[in-house]
Design a protein around this ligand. Structure first.
Ligand code: B1M
Length: 214
């Protein structure tokens, strides 16, 4: 297979053999690391989602795909553009309760921390109590919530209400495949006492974070 067709296959097939050499070949050819993530690697993940949905992959295989994706992102990370600006702000970041998906969340962490933000990544399956405690301890400038399951979108609304009850009023940045701007505006924002901002992808998250920092 030619290089451009091989790269998404690593993610689809969940194999790492040859992956870093091919990523290096893309970099050497002048492809930008973020374009590699958003292009062939994301295309591979989209295909994995389709195959999984059609019962052509089992969870264990999807996990292998996730491992290949993570290895690719880790290999590209040192090549991502960095903006060594003064500290712009602190973000608390978490995948919501009940959800283990963390590739998108970790991409948000990488991109924001490469661009002047301090990111406190609380991990996956983070319930409101843990977030409230961390918010009191860390005094973040904003809180980022990620979730990929349909039930995670609902969990974000519950989390927003709990944060509000606890008196937390820093802006919320929300993102993840099951979410839409419409859901964020109509279901999450009314539960929260401060702005709720929806980010379609990690770069949109950075733009919103930059706006908050200004
Ligand atoms: Co899961 N899974 N999964 N899965 N999985 C999905 C999400 C699903 C759509 C697949 C499908 O059926 N087609 C489906 C959800 C159905 C639904 O609710 N509508 C699904 C399911 C059903 C499940 C299980 C229930 C399967 C099972 O056990 N039967 C289970 C759930 C477990 C749980 O959470 N409790 C499960 C498990 C898993 C694995 C563990 C095997 C693995 C995750 C490994 C890991 O993350 N460490 C996995 C994977 C890999 C996927 C798919 C294939 C890929 C997700 C991914 O990593 N994408 C996914 C299908 C798909 O999305 N196409 C699927 C790449 C990543 C970079 O994108 O995270 O969307 P994403 O992030 C994007 C944006 O969304 C945004 O920026 C990123 C791009 O720049 N973004 C933010 C995300 N968070 C943000 C936060 C922000 C801003 C932007 O600010 C704070």
């Amino acid at each position: 297979l030619p290089l451009d067709e091989r790269v998404p296959r690593y993610v689809i097939e969940g194999v790492k053999d040859g992956l870093t050499a091919d990523l290096d070949a893309l970099l050497a050819r002048g492809d930008k690391p973020l374009d590699i993530i958003n292009g062939p690697l994301m295309a591979g993940m989209a295909e994995v989602g389709k195959l999984f949905n059609a019962n052509q992959l089992i969870v264990a295989e999807v996990l292998q795909s996730a491992e290949a994706m993570k290895a690719a992102v880790a290999h590209l990370e040192p090549h991502l553009e960095k903006n060594e600006s003064a500290a712009k702000g602190r973000m608390l970041l978490a995948t919501v309760k009940g959800d283990v998906h963390d590739i998108g969340k970790n991409l948000v962490e990488i991109i924001l921390s490469n661009n002047g933000f301090q990111v406190i990544n609380l991990g996956i399956k983070v319930g409101p109590e843990t977030l409230i405690e961390a918010a009191r301890r860390e005094q973040p400038d904003f809180i980022g919530l990620s979730g990929l399951l349909v039930k995670s979108a609902l969990q974000m609304a519950i989390t927003a209400a709990d944060l509000k009850s606890a008196g937390i009023d820093v802006p919320l940045l929300v993102g993840g495949a099951a979410l839409s701007r419409q859901f964020a505006d109509s279901r999450i924002a009314p539960e929260y006492g401060a702005p709720v901002l929806y980010a379609k992808d990690a770069m949109a998250g950075l733009e919103l974070a930059n706006q908050l920092a200004d």
